[in-house]
Design a protein around this ligand. Structure first.
Ligand code: SAM
Length: 241
């Protein structure tokens, strides 16, 4: 399982503003201020967050309010209609994006843990936007390999860290020119600065892979645990630079 380290006490507090445990990198005060000045999410997403904090062993895997609102903003601004969400967990990121997508758009969300998939599907079934989401149970890399070239507008990568570089390769293949990748946990709790374990080395390697890739225009954001925002460039753009 892709387990993120936890340091906070949100599970006990039932905090529903998406603050968890990035205080080693960003002051908790700043995280709380950011959440407080971000439009709250829908009642259902707040419920998903409360459920995840109280009932699952790894509540910090949840995306939460600030990043959820960021995903919604990027979804709207980019006009994405075909989205792939790698790592469903309790469904927060897929539901957040589905809420702002037009009715003829779609999200494929991928999860290999049957228990997580069941929880997420229950929430999708209760959401007015849930019909736009197809949950695929299985290994993300295998499922990505079955998707066609160049037809996806947006990929959110948020699953096992050791496969991030492989997910990136497949995402660049399935994205149309101008399509976007959002890779969560790009800072990996600051462990990318001096990686000492396999997940940390995988995240550091992933960041270097992206940095060196001429096909990609990159923006490394220090939101929450870091989001690497990557845009697939066209061949004409590559020739210009
Ligand atoms: C960090 S959580 C995803 C959080 C979710 N995006 C959200 O917004 O709350 C990562 C999820 O990816 C799943 N996962 C890990 N490795 C996977 C793999 N190889 N294939 C599919 N799912 C995987 C885990 O079971 C977990 O539910």
């Amino acid at each position: 399982m892709n387990r993120k380290p936890t340091q906070g006490a949100d599970r006990q507090s039932g905090n529903t503003s998406g603050i968890s445990c990035f205080m080693d990198l960003v002051a908790r005060e700043a995280e709380e201020y950011a959440a407080d000045h971000t439009t709250p999410m829908s009642a259902l997403l707040e419920e998903v967050e409360r459920f995840t904090l109280m009932k699952t062993p790894y509540p910090s895997m949840l995306t939460g309010r600030v990043e959820g609102r960021f995903l919604q903003t990027i979804t709207r601004l980019s006009g994405a209609r075909h989205i792939v969400d790698i790592g469903t967990f309790t469904g927060y990121s897929a539901l957040a994006m589905a809420e702002v997508l037009p009715d003829d758009a779609e999200i494929l969300t991928i999860e290999h843990n049957a228990e997580h998939a069941k929880i997420a599907q229950n929430f999708f079934d209760r959401s007015p936007g849930g019909f736009k989401i197809t949950l695929c149970l299985g290994e993300a890399l295998e499922i990505l390999k079955t998707l066609p070239d160049g037809k996806t507008d947006l990929v959110f990568i948020d699953a096992d860290k050791r496969n991030y570089s492989a997910y990136y390769g497949e995402s660049m293949r399935i994205l149309r020119t101008g399509g976007l990748i959002l890779a969560d946990n790009a800072l990996w709790y600051g462990r990318i600065f001096d990686p000492k374990d396999d997940d940390s080395r995988a995240m550091a390697d992933f960041n270097e892979l992206v940095k060196a890739d001429d096909r990609a225009e990159k923006l490394f954001l220090t939101i929450r645990d870091g989001i690497y925002l990557i845009r697939k460039r066209g061949s004409d753009e590559m020739n210009r630079s």
